[in-house]
Structure formats: C-alpha cells, structure tokens
Write a protein that binds this ligand. Structure first.
Ligand code: PAF
Length: 271
C-alpha cells in the first residue's frame, strides 16, 4: 500500500495509474476509521477498482469556529492498519498546510442544496466540504468516489457539484453502517459517555418507527427530547431536491440532528 503526504506526489502517481488504464476509486475520509469507512472501501473493491485511494484529512475549512476541529479524533497508525487490512492500495495523509497553501483564496459554494438542514446550522460547512472534495478529485483522478449515506445532505451536495462543474466521475452512495444497537457509526461516537450512547439510540429507533408509520415527525422530535437529547432539527425533505416535504412518503428522506451532551449526532432514513 502506497502512502502519500504530498498532494503533487499523489497526483503524479494517480495520473500514471490512469494512463496505464487503471480504474481508480477514491474514498474521502477524515480518518479515525470505523466500520462505516471500511464499508466504503469494500464497496470500491466490489466495483472492481484497480486502485483504491483513501484520503485521511481533517479538513479545517469545513469546521466552524466553535466546532470540534481541534479535538476531532485522529489515529494515523490505526487508520493505516485498517486501510491496509480493508484492501486500500494508497492512502493520502496531507497536512492543512500542504492542502491550503498560503493565500489560498478559491472556494466552491453550492448554493441550493446546502441552504437547509446542516448547512443552515453550520454556516460555511459545505463550502469547506465542496472545496476539499473538489481538490481531492483533482488530485486522485478517480473514476468514482464513494460516500456514506449517513451524511445524506453532503452526498447530495457533492453530486450536484459534480454535475454542475462537469467533474468526470461517478458518485457512489453506500448505505449507513450501524452498531448492533442501531446507532449510526461515526467517529464522533467516541465522544459519547456510556449514558449518552444509550440515549442516542433514540435517533435510529424513532426514525425506524416513523418509517413503520408508528410515529409522526413531531413524534420523532418528542421522543428525542424525552430521551434527553437536544433536537437541532427533524425534517422531512424530497430525497433529491432536499425541499421540505409535508409527509414522509416514498421519495422523501427524514433527517435528524441532535445533541447528546455536547456531541452533535446526525442520522437519516429514506422512505
Ligand atoms: O464526510 C467526511 O468525512 C468529510 O466531510 C469529507 C467528505 C471527507 C470531506 O472532508
């Protein structure tokens, strides 16, 4: 497995793979890899990529000033071992300084799908995501890139960016990977105390009940508050346009964000 730290070196290597006719998959991550990330690598393998490039970069530009950039969990050694075991063929570990050169001044703004949901609560977040993902596309020349459905809005925003800026690659969405309890896997779960982790199960459980028709949207919000979490939003939107939908009917997606203590968790379900 190759390890790259310099953007230019990754780019040169990927360009050579491409010229040799290889199919390249990109799996962008912020590291502290868990089963959810591994499933993205597995999906790349299933799609017969010759080279699977995993990027591990906690992107400062997508964090707000009061968010958890500094304390976001990092473990390079463990991430390397997990990438190797999962079948990645290259790992990219850049630093903020070599991703964002002095006087970096170009950013990508998606101006429609980013407006609501997490975009409304985390100003600048999707600008940071789009910018770094576009840079990764330009460095890795992937034939396809794999993202998790857990970050549903992010995936839709990236698909729109690819469409509108004519990036020549496919976006693949992989299903949410959950702990046996139902909690969606996330690097941020590591912040949770055992009690918070137990309370957080209300997210997946209430979404499941909603899909089964046993709970309304407001019922989901109530259940979350009752379990001791603080609701950031519970919204039902059209699964493609992300425009608000009145009812959770087929073709919609219900998304939630809530705080368990200080930890902001997200989850969603496609109806
Ligand atoms: O989903 C993530 O981990 C990040 O937002 C991404 C796509 C790697 C960009 O930094």
């Amino acid at each position: 497995m190759k390890i790259f730290r310099e953007p230019a070196k990754l780019q040169k290597w990927c360009r050579a793979q491409k010229r040799a006719g290889k199919k390249i998959a990109l799996v962008p991550t912020m590291g502290y890899l868990h089963e959810g990330h591994i499933s993205l690598i597995t999906e790349a393998k299933r799609r017969k990529a010759d080279e699977i490039v995993v990027s591990v970069f906690v992107n400062p530009v997508q964090f707000g000033p009061n968010e958890d950039y500094a304390k976001y969990p990092r473990d390079e050694k463990a991430d390397l071992a997990k990438c190797r075991a999962a079948g990645a063929t290259a790992v990219f570990f850049p630093t903020p300084a070599n991703m964002y050169l002095e006087h970096h001044s170009v950013y990508i703004n998606e101006e429609d799908l980013s407006k609501g949901l997490c975009g409304a609560r985390r100003p600048g977040h999707f600008r940071g995501v789009c910018t770094v993902v576009a840079k990764l596309f330009n460095l890795a020349h992937p034939d396809f890139a794999v993202f998790g459905q857990k970050d549903y809005q992010q995936a839709q925003v990236i698909k729109r960016m690819v469409r509108d800026l004519n990036f020549d690659l496919d976006i693949v969405l992989a299903p949410i990977v959950r702990e046996p309890s139902g909690l969606a896997r996330s690097s941020r779960n590591t912040y949770l105390s055992p009690d918070e982790k137990a309370s957080a199960l209300v997210l997946s459980r209430s979404l499941k009940s909603l899909k089964a028709g046993k709970l309304s949207l407001s019922g989901v919000a109530k259940a979350i508050e009752k379990a001791g979490l603080k609701v950031d939003y519970v919204e039902c939107v059209d699964a493609e346009t992300l425009q608000p939908a009145k009812k959770a009917v087929p073709g919609t997606c219900v998304l939630v964000a809530a705080y368990a203590g200080k930890t902001r968790l997200i989850d969603n379900i496609l109806i």
